[in-house]
Design a protein around this ligand. Sequence first.
Ligand code: C5P
Length: 218
Amino acid sequence: MIKRKDILKIAIDSPAAAGAGTIAKAISKHYNLFYLDTGKIYRFIAFLKLKFPKKFNHKFLKLKIKSLKIKDLSNKALLSDNVSTEASSISKIKKIRKLVHSFQVNFAYNPPKKYSGSCLDGRDITYNIVPDADFKFFITANIKTRALRRYKELKSLNKMISFNEVLKSIKNRDKSDIKRKISPLRKTKDSLLINTTNLTKRACFLKIKKIIDRKFNN
Ligand code: C5P
């Protein structure tokens, strides 16, 4: 695999709805980084499983991942709660993680020339996908805040769901993502903890920017 030299690589891990995606997008825009929300890949696979249950096998999936385009990941259907739950379930399967591994590694180490680097967020990015990232962050927030953010997001998409259902779903996903044997969600020792519970989006962005700029200016 080709690896571009001298690029800035940022790796972020976080539990569901902690605000990592919003921050990662703002940071990527600011530093001109190629951004990937890796959860969307697992959501895409979950979506395929729900939509084509009869066709869903390894061969089918391999072909779909081979032809996967970034724009496939912006489908709004990937955001539903059903897809979230299914994504958490299929992401425990070793064969599936293996299939998407090289897509993510290639994205991180070989971003298009017009970008100065890459920024990926997910569950195993800091220790599995980009272990040598220049910056590693573990972004979190308390469970009620996360559930409320997710609830508002789903409401804005006109999804029929109650706050308690969202809370329960996030709790289940946390449990499944943390307890699974393969690539569980965990904070590595070399990741910086950012708790977004009481921070605005702008405050989170500035906090991370300060950390990055401090290293650059030294
Ligand atoms: O980040 P998001 O909530 O969209 O991720 C959906 C699900 O995909 C997570 O609950 C998790 O189980 C799985 N995932 C993963 N590894 C990643 C990113 C997401 O297992 N790097």
